[in-house]
Write a protein that binds this ligand. Structure first.
Ligand code: GLA
Length: 745
């Protein structure tokens, strides 16, 4: 998987279908990016670095050293020494200089994949992956950059990370350290590059956005202390005319939950420099002699099969090498959450009435959301005071949970452990525990502040609250929320010259707390959340197998949100619930059946007052529950194919999960908007085995789907992929169809 050609000083990193080649050039040892694309034989392709054309390498033409540095496809570019493209690292040395340049020192290749100290990271067994440890050094600063590259045997992904080590006898301040830099050569044959990013807002997270790559820098980022609703730590570079199943896309995804920068810079020579890492704004880190800094991991994927190929590589990487939860391959309990049912207005009796009714329909877990603790009747107070409000819940958690268990449901709970309300006992006792700048009135958001988790005492307090809540009753599930972003970046704990470390130290503390949580409560099902999906990122997936996707549960809005999310993440990670109508976020009314179909492509659950919804809706729940039990494994473990996007066509959405052995598939079709005088819709179904024959069933097992025009006919995977099927248009807007394709015995 990884080989070194010593005579040509080339490293070959190979995944099943791609090659990533880097080389070392000249006596000084400049590390260069040679090739990243379809898998190629191990031949001498070092000519691609253009070191044999003017201005040549410095040893042959020191007169034009600047031209060389500004053109060379550098593997980890530094700063202020002649390469004017944006560099991957910047440091401030003891003399006030910011220059840095990393050159080859040594390397090691080994089986397996090391973890990253204090950070989420992919993992693999010895026989599943190989790692190249490429050690670079700035000989003047005596600063080492240890670059790790891991390739996996079973997915077309490569992960990279960087550790900076101060080998000098003076402190050095890191002002920027990107986890990934990649110089891609001009690719005229692929047509003008398109940049793909996921943008959003509260309640409309991760919407796909394509734009042509122009000259200069195109970037997305977050400086909010979390990966954010607005931008996603991902950047894709796609060939012109990319489709779901054709064209090339390079995808870069950051395995981190805090501030990030993802940037593509198109240069004077039409090459493209990609950078991905912790956002340099509001970031500094001082390294004393001998100390090191570990930057988070970045994922690179090169898909030769369009967007779908990228999605499937990432899904396999995250399911196989990132998510550790024991629930990863298990059926998740169907939960009912009381947030949209009651908001803050509930008590034990109300919750038990929901639980009783839920039990009758086959629902398996009650989740009690915000409002059960401290003085918390609205969102103006109480965060930090994690003791049960006995006025709402007489007898406390223990009584409530025992009663819920007695009804036959598991119990889950909501917490927002990183926060503090100004109106809380905690704040009155420890005002200095909130992130704030002395002399400035801190900015409130949802009337709350963020706890200063860079302070170990605060971290310990937070842990003690979590531990005592979860230890006080039989709690099977935790929804860990984070409802505001960081501002007023000051810490009463950190010394003045360390304030720039606050955001990253905060993130490291969140990771430590979650690690502690899953170690202490190994059977707990953890669902991360952040005002909906503002911290839906690969970093959090290392701790929780699922993340609440969005506060928007409208079936139509969810199409775009879930499409953007599934572009990168397995469906099994997407928290998705059926809620009541008119929808609480957009006021839209959609059929209960469609809401069920859309939520079935996520973790599946309910978020409504089951005691009050219309009887005709409630009556559908047992069948939805049965469908979930029948198909959950296919959705959770299958390969994802996107067939059509409402985003593109303005009428309908269609996607599919295919079992890895191609023996069955689940296709979901949602007609958002009906159209007069339309013929039936032709749907080509990719991803099946061309030689196998499939029967097309609907929701009733064994019954042919009535919506398919070739009703009752069995068809080969080849016909389904190429000729396709015809689907009758559902009547009205927002109708949906579920097709279950099964290989005939
Ligand atoms: C966030 C979550 C919601 C709910 C509320 C409670 O917005 O995303 O699901 O838990 O907080 O305050």
């Amino acid at each position: 998987m990884i080989a070194y050609d010593e005579s040509n000083r080339l490293f070959f990193l190979e995944t099943p279908h791609t090659s990533y080649i880097l080389g070392i050039v000249d006596e000084e040892g400049f590390p260069g990016q040679v090739y990243y694309g379809a898998r190629v034989p191990r031949e001498d392709v070092s000519y691609l670095m253009r070191t044999k054309e003017p201005p040549f390498v410095p040893s042959e033409n020191a007169r034009e050293r600047g031209s060389f540095l500004d053109r060379f496809p550098s593997e980890y570019p530094g700063n202020a020494l002649g390469d004017y493209r944006e560099g991957a690292a910047e440091v401030l040395d003891g003399d006030g200089h910011r220059a840095v340049q990393f050159l080859y020192k040594e390397h090691r290749i080994y089986d397996g994949k090391p973890g990253l100290e204090g950070l989420p990271a992919t993992f693999a067994k010895e026989n599943e992956a190989q790692t190249l440890e490429l050690v670079l050094e700035d000989p003047v600063l005596r600063l080492r950059a240890v670059l790790l590259y891991t390739v996996f045997a079973d997915t077309d992904a490569i992960v990279r990370s960087v550790r900076l080590v101060n080998d000098s006898d003076r402190p050095v301040r890191i002002e920027k350290v990107m986890s990934l830099a990649l110089d891609l050569e001009p690719e005229e044959s692929l047509g003008p590059w398109q940049v793909l990013t996921l943008h959003g807002s509260w309640a409309r997270e991760r919407q796909m956005d394509f734009r042509p790559l122009g000259y200069g820098k195109t970037s997305v980022g977050s400086t909010k202390g979390e990966s954010s609703h607005q931008e996603h730590p991902f950047l894709g570079l796609a060939s012109a005319g990319i489709t779901q199943e054709s064209g090339i896309i390079y995808g870069f995804h950051f395995l981190y939950s805090g501030n990030f920068l993802a940037q593509a810079e198109k240069t004077q020579f039409d090459s493209v420099r990609i950078l991905l890492g912790i956002h340099p704004a509001n970031f500094e880190w001082t390294l004393a002699p001998g100390e090191h800094f570990q930057a988070p991991e970045a994922v690179c994927v090169c898909s030769l099969q369009g967007l779908g190929g990228m999605s499937r590589s990432l899904h396999d990487l995250y399911r196989g090498h990132l998510i550790r939860s024991p629930y990863l391959h298990k059926e998740r309990p169907i939960l009912i959450n009381n947030w949209e049912a009651t908001y803050f207005d509930f008590n034990t009796e109300k919750l038990l009435s929901i639980a009783r009714e839920a039990k009758k329909s086959g629902i398996e877990m009650l989740v009690m959301d915000d409002g059960w603790f401290g003085k918390r009747d609205d969102d103006n107070s109480g965060l930090g005071d994690w003791t049960v409000n006995e006025k709402k819940l007489p007898g406390g958690l223990k009584y409530l949970v025992e009663e819920v268990n007695r009804i036959g449901l598991k119990f889950g709970i909501w917490m927002e452990p990183e926060m503090i309300s100004p109106d809380s006992d905690l704040y009155r006792a420890h005002p200095d525990w909130a992130i704030a700048i002395p002399g400035r009135v801190p900015c409130r958001s949802r009337n709350q502040f963020v706890l200063d988790l860079s302070n170990p005492q605060v971290e310990e307090y937070v842990w003690s609250c979590i531990e005592s809540v979860l230890g006080s009753a039989n709690i099977a599930y935790l929804k860990w929320d984070m409802n505001r972003q960081l501002t007023d970046l000051g810490s009463a704990y950190l010394p003045a010259d360390r304030t720039g470390e606050l955001c990253h130290r905060y993130m490291l503390a969140v990771y430590r707390l979650q690690e502690r949580l899953i170690t202490r409560f190994p059977d707990l099902l953890l669902e991360n959340c952040s005002g909906g999906g503002a911290r839906f990122d690969p970093g959090m997936l290392y701790y929780s197998p699922q993340i609440w996707c969005s506060d928007d549960t409208d079936a139509v809005e969810r199409l775009g949100i879930q499409e953007g999310t599934a572009l990168l993440y397995p469906l099994s990670t997407m928290g998705a619930h059926v809620s009541d109508c008119p929808n609480h976020t957009v006021g839209r009314v959609t059929p209960f059946r469609t809401r069920g179909h859309v939520a079935l492509s996520g973790t599946f659950g309910y978020e409504l007052d089951i005691t009050r919804i219309p009887e005709e809706d409630r009556a559908q729940i047992p069948a939805q529950v049965a469908t979930y039990h029948r198909l959950h494994e296919l959705v959770r473990e299958g390969d994802y194919y996107r067939i059509a996007s409402f985003r593109d066509n303005g009428f309908y959405d269609c996607w599919m999960s295919v079992r890895k052995d191609r023996s069955e598939a689940l296709l979901t079709f949602v007609q958002v908007r009906n159209r007069p005088n339309a013929v039936s819709r032709r749907i080509r179904i990719p991803g099946l085995d061309p030689a196998k024959i499939y029967r097309i069933e609907g929701e009733i097992p064994g019954e042919p789907a009535p919506e398919v025009l070739c009703h009752g006919q069995a068809l080969s995977g080849a016909v389904l992929a190429n000729a396709g099927i015809l689907l009758k248009n559902p009547w009205g807007d927002f109708g949906s169809i579920l097709l279950h394709l099964r290989e005939m015995a």
